[in-house]
Design a protein around this ligand. Structure first.
Ligand SMILES: [Zn+2]
Length: 322
């Protein structure tokens, strides 16, 4: 089953390794995502996020562009395997040529430093999706508080509303992953286009502020948006302190089932968070995705439903917005 995944942190890992003087390649490495594993897992498209930690840089925009350089250097090296895309048509063309596709995304809205001119510059650099926050307050909005405590008072700031408007005008997908509850509802109220939570699960199954309430799932679904299922064990279930950090495949499917009951199959996608999550993942790596399709079928999902979750729903959104 063809895979489209909305979030991984692989470029950040490669970027960090290079800074330490190590050579890590996208073709083959010890991470969860590399091109050979993606091929084995039947990938069509991977979103590669550039995550910038505001505590580790004085100039988020510059750090982000340096990471983008790492992304493009890897893409240039392995052009027979994969090629970056900024539209649905380019993805189709890649598929015809037997190549996988890569979509550049941003995790931390402050990479624009509150300036729409920098957002447009990153758009021209190929970025097509951006989370408004990571886990820190920034000039656009407030994040979830972390742990089980949701932030229900403070959402988008004035610049955040402006940035959402500019993103929609450009054709860039708004990503509410990491955003506070109040911020997500601000986006629900003001967004004119479908948007995503690229790597978030259901809060009623795992009580964490990074996960979505049933009301949010319904609202995102009603707008035609998609939620990428995150394989992080802490967003799948409560892990007791000192307990084994293990992401069970069946538990991922349980979150999908819940999403289906609340928002319908059309709002579910994949957002692995590979190379950005702690512990052990039962699926192993990108090469293990056929096991997830099997687990879905075992749980009663039909083949068309598996196809919708694995690629159909996200591609519908890309076709509409990019
Ligand atoms: Zn994240």
């Amino acid at each position: 089953m063809k895979v489209v995944d909305m979030h991984c942190d692989t470029i950040g890992e490669i970027f960090g390794a290079k800074r330490r003087g190590e050579e890590v390649s996208l073709l083959e490495n010890r991470l969860q995502v590399d091109l050979k594993k993606m091929k084995a897992g039947d990938y069509l498209l991977q979103n590669f996020a550039l995550f910038v930690d505001l505590k580790e840089t004085d100039c988020p925009f510059e750090t982000c562009t340096r990471m983008a350089d790492t992304f493009y250097r890897e893409m240039e090296k392995y052009g027979d395997w994969i090629s970056p895309v900024t539209s649905f048509a380019q993805m189709e063309e890649n598929e015809k040529q037997g190549r996988m596709s890569a979509l550049l995304t941003l995790e931390e809205g402050e990479v624009c430093q509150g300036d729409p001119a920098l957002l447009r510059t990153l758009y021209r650099l190929g970025a097509r999706m951006m989370t408004l926050t990571w886990n820190y307050e920034n000039s656009l909005a407030f994040p979830g508080k972390g742990g089980g405590v949701p932030e229900t008072e403070r959402g988008l700031k004035e610049r955040g509303f402006e940035m959402v408007e500019e993103m929609e005008a450009l054709g860039m997908i708004v990503d509410v992953a990491h955003l506070s509850d109040a911020g997500i509802w601000d986006v629900v109220r003001t967004a004119k286009k479908p948007f995503v939570a690229s790597h978030s699960n259901a809060r009623s199954l795992a009580d964490h502020s990074r996960n979505l309430t049933d009301g949010m799932i319904r609202a995102i679904a009603e707008k035609g948006g998609v939620i990428g299922m995150n394989y992080c064990c802490h967003f799948l279930e409560k892990i007791p302190e000192g307990g084994r950090q293990f992401s069970r495949t069946r538990r991922i499917v349980e979150h999908m089932k819940h999403m289906k009951n609340v928002g319908g199959t059309g709002c579910i996608g994949l957002g692995s968070d590979f190379d950005g999550i702690p512990g052990e993942v039962e699926l192993g790596t990108a090469a293990g995705l056929p096991l997830l399709a099997e687990a879905m079928e075992d749980a009663g999902f039909t083949e068309p439903e598996v196809a919708a979750v694995f690629h159909g729903n996200v591609l519908r959104l890309y076709k509409e917005i990019l």
